[in-house]
Design a protein around this ligand. Sequence first.
Ligand code: NAP
Length: 471
Amino acid sequence: MQILINGQWRDKREKIEVRNPFDNSLIDTVPAGDASDVEEAAAGAIQGFKEIRSLSSLERSFILKKTAEGLEKQTEDFAVTIAKESGKTIKEARTEVNRAVQTFTIASEEAKRIGGEIIPFDAVPGGEKKFGFYLRVPVGIIAAISPFNFPLNLVAHKLAPGFAGGNSFVLKPATATPLTALKLARLLLESGLPPKALSVVTGWGGEIGDLLVQNPNIRMVTFTGSLEVGQHIMSKIGLKKATMELGSNSAVVIMADADLERASSRITVGGYTLAGQVCISVQRVFVQEPIFEKFLETLLPKVKALKVGNQLEESTEVGPMISESAAKKAAEWIEEAVSLGGKVLCGGERKFSLLQPAILVDVPFNAKVHTEEAFAPLIVANRFRTLEEGMKFVNQAKYGLQAGVFTKDISTAIEAFRKIDVGGVMINEIPTYRADNMPYGGVKSSGLGREGVRFALEEMTELKTVCFHLE
Ligand code: NAP
């Protein structure tokens, strides 16, 4: 595929190969963007911004609605591309397309609701003769940098609210999964997006990332990816606005009164969907002592039954990890957990990029599977005595994106909501649950700001005030 700069599709001599993580077969190539592409894209985005901000809300809403309709019509085509380049199963890929249809639809609705508020100037001394209001205005040109694991919907969560608010973009998709983003760009242009409002520069983040985020035309950076890269970007961007959607090692608390059947079924989804490569994957499971063994007995057969393999086969439930090196790293972390005294109940065997879904138990808290984000099809289960202790274990993480709590007791649920340090607490649900219209984002090292269309729109707009002096 070609790179998109200021409405023009271009080829380049230097290419990046996009490979299927299951068998390493070549899917396509994309141009390796360089400094000149970034500069040209960021310069063209000035005109793109002028054009998109001058559209009416209704016109912007219409472009987003048309994009949603186009995605819906091309569900299978997008799903196959997503599955091939990211390794997620074809069923997971279809779900992602359906979610992106929702994301664009919600954004088309939100585009019509961007307003302001009258300011009661006369409520403070000296304001008796003043009248005015504030409005939300676009921030301007936004650099969007996206990860490999949701190549469509996480790009949608940046572009859709951003365009709704009247911004222009330079997008840098993950190098492992650029094809879906380029297809989406084509669809946006076909749906009437002003051509210079979006450039998609493919290329290595380590090479062009700094140039992009430091470009003086860029007013805001919206980044989804790892903590390390997020911190690096924050150290480079000075006074630019930023939202950072980073990683996590999300926890679940299972109280003794929980519905174990539901908890184990949901953890079988949350721990292993996308081969565990979701920022809100279930990683740490804390089970109240009296039901520890019983919970594992309920969970184990479900996890063992998961069918691992080629992501394009309809029956596959867990596909490959994004690369052999990612799977190797996860297998090494399992070895480390065992060397520290933990036990493997099932899984952990690796074949190229496939890792068998693993359950680890009684792993000491200093092991990497506790302290870091595993981003792999594994969970680690430990016991706790009281709710207080369970919450302490959850909160000892440096991350804080979402958490799940299984209990039938309302006061336990409320206590957990109040005291667990995360962006969202899911009661009788896994942390992996996300609706595309809810505020979504983390505390601590999980990031800054919120996505979820309306909330991203707020991040991507600024308040502008007008005050009239009345005689
Ligand atoms: P990553 O390695 O941090 O890469 C994310 C993006 O950053 C890619 O486009 C990458 O480009 C780019 N990048 C790399 N170095 C850069 C630099 N120096 N400057 C600017 N950009 C740079 O993350 P990933 O492996 O793709 O995704 C997995 C991570 O994303 C996990 O930590 C996961 O938890 C997190 N995530 C968070 C959320 C959330 O909403 N909180 C959602 C999904 C994923 P290249 O591909 O060219 O390296």
